[in-house]
Design a protein around this ligand. Structure first.
Ligand code: ZN
Length: 438
């Protein structure tokens, strides 16, 4: 009887809350050490980073699996925590080991130092996306320590080469081990909390439900080679210059996307006026490369016969990229110029935000940030989520931290950092989401 009573009370008692100060300090130390592992892409040798995660997971009773995938040491890691209802498809936590290179001279401190200073943790990957990786990892450890069995399986996948399109990362896993990652939901990067980027003076947490299509375009102009001393009208550079001007004049004004309309309604005040909000409201074109000239270094006195440029075009979901290209060709209207698409625009549409998981995310965020506005949002850049949306998985971009424009702008730039207190709070937001019923 005593034993029975003991068992009864043990199962009925709510699980003890994790020792948060201890776990958050542990996570911060982990992030510092993780940043010090220079998992730069290229070459995306992520063996050391994967071994680091493997050790911590093993220490806490998980059974991670490594997937050596590419010739440079590209390694993916997967770990599964079993849930109560195994008939439901899992929730996938997606993060990546690799980081983009640094221009060390432009940093005010060691970019791979993982330093703590002025309330921030500094270093390449802090924001994109080692911070979130450690938040995912620590939230799983917290669930285990609290004795919580999640409502369904939770799978964490950390990939090797998100920064070069996921060939040996997410795409490799989809092609070879989709059964391991086939999920109903994925939580990936994208979306964030902010008081200035989306609406001035208002705390808004955007949860990414969709992203723009990547349509990279190459313009090539053909002319006649000649001596620079005697100008000719058939100069490839002149032809290209005019073509670029015509291309850049293709209007970005697509019809507003329903998710952006919903953002506006939820936020209730005018969106902030900046490059981020501009990019999520229309099709955009950036002139990113120019290549011309004969010889290396190119000769000043030679008119080249060829000249080329690339445009990084980003289209709203639902925009037909063929029509966009036709419009560009029509505007350029020159047989000496070719307009060629050099990426594959994906348009799986936006994920449904009317789910229990989305509601759980909103509840977890407002628990820590009362009064925050939560809204589905579009992100202007590409993420791995697009490949999973194509497989029918509902993908949300969740960065559960408040970032101001200056901090968010350090992604892929110098002085990359995240606020320590936001990093710590974000772990608890993930924990609340993962332990909820969804
Ligand atoms: Zn990233």
């Amino acid at each position: 009887m005593r034993t029975l009573l003991f068992i009864l009370t043990a199962t009925l008692l709510p699980a003890a809350e994790p020792d948060w100060p201890k776990l958050q300090d542990y996570a911060l130390d982990l992030l510092q050490r993780y940043i010090r592992i220079e998992s730069i892409n290229p070459p995306a040798d992520t063996r050391a980073a994967a071994a680091f995660f493997e050790t911590e997971l093993n220490k806490h009773g998980f059974a991670p699996r490594l997937f050596p995938a590419g010739p440079n040491g590209q390694t993916n890691l997967l770990v599964r925590m079993e849930g109560r209802d195994r008939s439901k498809k899992p929730l996938l936590l997606l993060n990546h080991f690799d980081v983009v290179p640094v221009d060390a001279k432009a940093w005010s401190m060691e970019p791979f130092g993982g330093l703590l200073k002025d309330g921030f943790i500094w270093g390449r990957g802090a924001l994109d996306m080692k911070g979130i990786g450690i938040q995912h990892l620590t939230a799983l450890i917290a669930l285990k320590q609290a004795g919580i069995v999640p409502s369904r399986d939770i799978v964490m996948l950390t990939t090797s080469d998100e920064e070069t399109n996921g060939v040996y990362g997410i795409q490799w896993m989809i092609d070879r081990h989709f059964d391991q990652i086939d999920a109903e939901f994925v939580l990936d990067e994208g979306g964030f909390g902010t008081r200035d980027i989306l609406a001035p003076g208002k705390l808004v947490f955007g949860i990414a439900v969709g992203e723009k299509q990547v349509a990279w375009v190459r313009l090539r102009a053909k002319g006649t080679a000649a001596h620079g001393s005697q100008p000719i009208p058939d100069n490839a550079n002149d032809i290209l210059l005019r073509a670029i001007q015509q291309a850049l004049a293709v209007p970005g004004g697509a019809k507003p996307h329903p998710v952006v309309d919903e953002m506006r309604r939820n936020i209730g005040v005018a969106l902030a006026d900046n490059k981020y909000t501009n990019a999520i409201q229309k099709n955009t074109i950036s002139l990113t490369t120019l290549r011309a000239g004969v010889g290396d270094p190119p000769k000043v006195n030679v008119i080249p016969s060829n000249s080329e440029a690339t445009l990084d075009c980003r289209l709203l979901p639902g925009v037909n990229h063929e029509e966009f290209l036709s419009e560009m060709r029509a505007r350029i209207n020159n047989p000496k110029v070719t307009v060629e698409l050099i990426s594959t625009p994906d348009d799986p549409g936006a994920s449904n935000s009317e789910t229990l998981l989305f509601a759980a995310i909103a509840k977890a965020i407002t628990g820590f940030h009362p009064g925050a506005t939560i809204t589905p949002m579009l992100v202007p850049h590409g993420t791995d989520s697009v490949k999973l949306r194509k497989k029918g998985i509902i993908a949300y971009g969740l960065t559960p931290m408040i970032l101001d424009a200056a901090t968010a702008g350090t992604m892929h730039s110098d002085q990359e950092r995240i606020p320590i207190d936001e990093f710590k709070k974000g772990i608890r937001i993930f924990y609340e989401v993962l332990k909820s019923n969804f």
